[in-house]
Ligand binder design. Sequence first.
Ligand code: ZN
Length: 248
Amino acid sequence: MTEGIVFKGFPLGEADMIMTIFTRERGFVRAFAKSPRKTKSRFGSALEPFSYIRISLWGKENAELPRLIQADIVHPFQKLREELDCFLRVSELLEMTFMLIPEHVRQEGLFDILLDTLRMQEAGCGNQKAILCYKIKMLNAAGFMPRLSGCARCAGTGRRFYFREGSILCDNCGDPLSGFELSQGAIKLFETLRLWDWSKLHRVVPTTSLAQELGRLLDLHIRYRLEKGLKTRDFMDKIRTDPDTYPA
Ligand SMILES: [Zn+2]
């Protein structure tokens, strides 16, 4: 038995699914689920996206495709599926986590942080600070933490971030005409969120503009690290730039 958060399902044949679940003990796993799409399925609604469930898998520890034999809802997170904006925001978080964290790698700390983040989103969808904090802790777990504490080459001070380096470079080491310029406030906010323990982050109250500035940097950094856009993000951009296609 382990706990997991449903990321997505891929239909197989008439009624079966291959589920991708972020589990507390095994990290991301893919599992075969027999007939969850049938109306009288024993899985009920447990395999809906974002459901927090307790599962039993049958198969060896690192089996390519273990079989999902039981899934019980601990908390449905139904509210996160009810609004399109909220659904997309949470899908994006899970998708970037899935793409940056290798499968079958235990991520207990990150699992608890994700669970907390989902709870905060449910309490008030669009909680920007929670999303920002999650992205920073997730990048840390994935080993892709950007460096804003000083120049990567000479440790001097600077405020221009270079995506190729994943770091700030000072004006002597970098090209002062390029790079992503950050305000001192955004750098300070990042350092606080990076260094502080998750349990203390509720004490940090950033201004909206600093949170947005830092959020933009993190999204570009993540995008660069993935070397391709996240599907959800592209979809969100499409909605924003072409609202007629997806009317409210
Ligand atoms: Zn330097």
